[in-house]
Design a protein around this ligand. Sequence first.
Ligand SMILES: Nc1ncnc2c1ncn2[C@@H]1O[C@H](COP(=O)(O)OP(=O)(O)OP(=O)(O)O)[C@@H](O)[C@H]1O
Ligand SMILES: [Mg+2]
Length: 253
Amino acid sequence: MNFIEINNVNKTFFKNTNREHHALKNINLKINRGDFITIVGGNGAGKSTLLNALSGNFLVDSGKIFINNIDVSLMSEHKRAKYISRVFQNPLYGTAPRMTVCENMALAYRRGEKRGLKLGVTEENKKYFTEQLSSLNLGLENRLHTEIGLLSGGQRQAISLLMATIKNPDLLLLDEHTAALDPKTQKIIMDITDKKIKDKNITALMITHNIQDALKYGNRLIVLNQGEIIKDFNKEEKEVLTRNDIYNILDEL
Ligand SMILES: Nc1ncnc2c1ncn2[C@@H]1O[C@H](COP(=O)(O)OP(=O)(O)OP(=O)(O)O)[C@@H](O)[C@H]1O
Ligand SMILES: [Mg+2]
C-alpha cells in the first residue's frame, strides 16, 4: 500500500437539490512518502475540496482515504490533525492573533499531546523556538514575545509554516498559501516551504495558481478540472513541462 491513498472518492454538495454539485468525481490518488505534489486547475475545479476531504473537513460520500495504512475516512477533522497540517491562503488563519509567537509555537509543538498538560513554556522550549525562528532568516527570533497579530502577512505565513511542520506531520496541505503575499515575500515563503519539506522529508500537496511555482517545486504535478484529476505528471514528465504546456491544458478545458 502507498503512504497515502485516496481510493474512489466522491463528494456531492447539496445532494438532491437544484444546487447539487458533484465536486469530487471518483478521485484516485496514490502518494509516496516524501512526494511533493503541486496542484493546479481553474477556480471551482475542486482543489480545495480535495484538501478538505483529506483533512476531514467533511466526510466523503463514498471511497476511502488511507494515511500511513490507517483508514481515516470516518475520522473527525480533529483526530486527523494528528497526521495532517495545513497552511491556508489567509495569513490570519492558522495562528491565534492575540497570542505571542512563543505561545502559538508552543501550541503547535504540543499538538497531539494529551490535553490538560500544563501550558507553561520551558526555557528549553524557548531556545528551540528561537532556533527555529532564526532558521527563517527573517529576524523573527527577536519577536518571540510579540503578539502574532502585529506581524505582517508574510511573517505570519513563515511562522505558520514553522508551526505546521514542527511536529513532522505525515501530510502537509498548502492551499494557495503564498497568494496573499507580495512577489518578493512569495519567493521567500516558497523557499522556506521547499526547504522544510526537503529537510524533513514531508509529504505535501500544494495548490497554486502560480504556474511557475507549480513547475519549479515538487516532484509531481496534477491538474484538476470539474472534480476530476485530468493530468498527473510524474517527476520526469514534470521536468520537461513548460508554462505553455500548462496554459494549453487549462485553455482547452
Ligand atoms: N462546503 C461546501 N459546500 C457547498 N459547496 C462547496 C463546498 N465546498 C466547495 N463547494 C463547491 O465545490 C466546487 C469546488 O470548489 P473548490 O473550493 O474546491 O474549488 P477550487 O478548485 O479550490 O477553486 P479556487 O481556485 O477558486 O480556490 C465549487 O463549485 C464550490 O462552490
Ligand atoms: Mg480553492
